[in-house]
Design a protein around this ligand. Structure first.
Ligand code: HEC
Length: 490
């Protein structure tokens, strides 16, 4: 015993463990901070740690490649021992992290904890919120199912609309103009290295500030914050009824942490992981993808608002909101802290939560793309089929099978995402048609993997019959120009 003690003292003499403890876990906090309202911060951190552990385990099996990501999730779900449960834990850990972080923010806001001198604590918290949402989004992309694919598609097209730098940002985000092999590697790197690294850095800063500037005392109505006197008042509170965080104030945090762990284990067991939904097939247009619940409200706002408001909702509103949140401790950095005397603050929270709640609810039923509900399997109208060769007829069947008319009109019916196909042969040559079908582009999915060569051949043989009356089809690029053809084309 004596030797053990002297070894411990010898180590402590060199590592300063007891001093480290006294200045961190053992630091003094106001006794009033040992309240149930003060447990959400540590619980958010707990969720983050759970995410690191479960995420690392998942990374052992997950393959970040467009061809294999989906399969590796199937493997986790069906073949790997406890794989399904692990995915469920990671998914529910993230749900709980976003949820408890929200509670933490509401509590901090209502208790005036962002006021002097804790401005920086609040600001680092805002960055942590953004980073957490970035984790949620990048994680959803890694699932690489239908929802992920289209969610990313929407994210990219929103990014692409940022003035001036939009297309470069898309390039940076996707690793190219379209969602392809590099895209998934990028999001894997973001999700596994960059964003978590940034979170760890900001959490350190956040906790450092909690230590230097102290935990907010439980606000008393009528007790106002003044820049000149607050520091002395806080020192007085700590002196009069301060207690060391460990062991006196940590009890409720520990109980709540236990409840959170039980809740995550239970939810994961009962509800399982989210997705994967269908495989990410760009050519499947009859899909109804939905983002994870934290983004449903944005999704609903975008789906339901009139077009002319989109620019505002996408770029202006989030910018204003963010600036407001960052500026908040400077706008109302002093004065009343207690929510009992801050009706506007309480109403603001209720209002924001109501709006988010209603939008999330609507997000479940908002139309995915207003102009894509064309009945896409309509048969090709008879007038286009008369006098066709068998291969061309087969092409008309492929057009119907692959539901091209979900996006393209033919004979006046069909979707409007792409140009109408009547007369397309007057605009494009055989080669160009083949290329468009195989490579897609300009918002059309590439069909290279969905069609075999014979189908492509038949399809394009059919498309090349779709000429405007009186206008000859475009000259194939490998045929020399005939004199007089241009005149005829005019
Ligand atoms: C998700 C919607 C969508 C689907 C499904 C789709 N396309 Fe397209 N398509 C487009 C868009 C958008 C364009 C315009 C591309 C551009 O502007 O570069 C386009 C362009 C084209 C063009 C060139 C038209 C022109 O006048 O320039 C052809 C030909 C074409 N598509 C054929 C097809 C065929 C055949 C299919 C089915 C195998 C199909 N498309 C399925 C969206 C779609």
């Amino acid at each position: 015993m004596k030797t053990l003690r002297s070894i411990a003292l010898w180590l402590d003499d060199r590592l300063f463990i007891s001093k480290l403890f006294a200045s961190t876990a053992g630091h003094y906090v106001p006794a009033s901070a040992g309240s149930w309202f003060y447990v959400f911060g540590s619980a958010t951190l707990l969720c983050f740690i759970i995410q690191i552990i479960t995420g690392t385990c998942l990374a052992f099996v997950y393959v970040p490649s467009t061809n294999e990501a989906y399969t590796s999730l199937q493997y986790l779900n069906h073949s790997q021992f406890l794989g399904l449960y692990l995915r469920a834990l990671h998914n529910w850990g993230s749900n709980f992290m976003v949820f408890i972080m929200t509670l933490h923010m509401i509590q901090v806001f209502l208790f005036g904890a962002y006021k002097y001198p804790r401005e920086l604590t609040w600001i680092s918290g805002i960055f942590l919120m953004i980073l957490t949402l970035a984790m949620a989004f990048s994680g959803q992309v890694l699932r690489f199912d239908e929802d992920a694919y289209w969610g990313l598609g929407i994210g990219a097209s929103i990014t692409g609309r940022i003035p001036l730098i939009g297309s470069r940002m898309v390039q940076l985000l996707l690793g190219g103009p379209i969602i392809a092999g590099e895209t998934l590697s990028r999001f894997f790197t973001l999700h596994v290295f960059i964003v978590p690294g940034a979170i760890i850095a900001f959490v350190s800063l956040h906790l450092r500030l909690v230590l230097t500037k102290g935990i907010n005392e439980y606000p008393q109505p009528g007790r106002e914050v003044h820049r000149a006197t607050y520091d002395a008042e806080y020192a007085e509170i700590i002196k009069k009824d301060g207690v060391p965080f460990v062991p006196h104030a940590i009890g409720k945090d520990l109980i709540f942490a236990g409840l959170v762990i039980i809740a995550i284990l239970t939810c994961a067991g009962i509800f399982g992981p989210s997705g994967p939904s269908g495989p990410p097939t760009p050519a499947r247009v009859d899909t109804v993808p939905r983002p994870d619940f934290y983004f449903l409200s944005i999704f609903a706002a975008l789906a339901l608002l009139p077009d002319w408001m989109e620019e505002f909702v996408l770029f202006v509103a989030p910018g204003i909101l963010l600036l407001f949140l960052l500026a908040l401790p400077f706008i109302s950095g002093t004065g009343e802290k207690s929510y009992r005397r801050r009706p506007v603050a309480v109403l603001a929270v209720i209002f924001i939560m109501l709006v988010l709640g209603v939008l999330t609810y609507l997000g479940q039923r908002a139309p995915w793309s207003p102009k894509m509900d064309a009945w896409s399997s309509d048969a090709v109208p008879v007038k286009y089929l008369q006098h066709l060769k068998p291969v061309e007829l087969r092409g008309a069947a492929v057009l119907q099978n692959k539901q091209c008319r979900n996006c393209h009109m033919l004979g006046g019916t069909g979707g409007e995402r792409g140009p109408a196909l009547d007369g397309v042969a007057s605009r494009l040559s055989y080669d160009q048609l083949v290329r468009q079908v195989i490579q897609g582009g300009g918002n059309m999915p590439a069909y290279a993997k969905q069609l075999n060569p014979a189908e492509v051949d038949a399809l394009v043989s059919f498309l090349i019959t779709l000429k405007d009356e009186g206008v000859p089809s475009v000259r194939p690029s490998n045929e020399p120009e005939k004199p007089g053809a241009q005149v005829a084309a005019r």
